[in-house]
Design a protein around this ligand. Structure first.
Ligand SMILES: [Zn+2]
Ligand SMILES: [Zn+2]
Length: 190
């Protein structure tokens, strides 16, 4: 009896007991904190959320009861599902585009109705992409929509400028080309 008494009061036993108590307390607090955090992700109502957090503080039975009765979806999942549904609804509500003349189904990329050959959209002057009537610039190549007339008006100028530039470049090239062989010849001669 006396030996048992000394064992219970030995320092090693006390250290082991304190360590066990420490880890049990750590586990208890960790589980309670996990319940608190999980409840925050799943429960919107502050009263239910508070009750769940308090339930998490009850050792063992509390977290188990929480796991059995917690909402199956997180709030983020619910929100994502709602957004998906809304997008799907909007997509379904959108009317199928029709030709204004013959009511045939058309695609947004069509320039001309394939049934009655009505012109539906004007092509971009630069990249021939189909342009909506309200668009002020082509979204694919950034060409302003009204610029075709301006381009036609300044066509001669640009051609002249282009011609001049080309002549200059060609002249320069001819100049350098004219220089290079002579230098090569000179190098070959020396
Ligand atoms: Zn049509
Ligand atoms: Zn374009």
């Amino acid at each position: 009896m006396g030996s048992l008494h000394t064992v219970f009061h030995s320092t090693a036993f006390e250290i082991a007991r304190n360590l066990t108590l420490f880890f049990v307390a750590l586990l208890w607090l960790g589980v309670a904190f996990w319940v608190h955090r999980d409840a925050r992700r799943r429960i919107r109502d502050p009263w239910v959320f508070g009750t769940a957090t308090l339930l998490g503080l009850v050792p063992l039975a509390g977290p188990l009861a929480y796991l059995l009765f917690r909402p199956p979806e997180t709030l983020a999942d619910v929100k994502a599902r709602r957004v998906e549904l809304r997008v799907l609804e909007r997509h379904l509500m959108q009317p199928q585009p029709q030709c204004p003349v013959c009511r045939a189904g058309i695609e947004p990329s069509f320039l001309v109705c394939p049934v009655c050959t009505t012109q539906l959209k004007a092509p971009c002057s630069q990249c021939s992409a189909p342009l909506e009537p309200l668009w002020q610039a082509c979204p694919y190549c950034a060409t302003p929509v009204g610029s075709r007339l301006e381009l036609a008006a300044t066509d001669l100028d640009t051609v002249d400028l282009d011609g001049a530039l080309t002549a200059e470049v060609v002249g320069g090239e001819a100049f350098t080309r004219g220089n290079r062989p002579s230098r090569a010849r000179r190098v070959g001669a020396s």
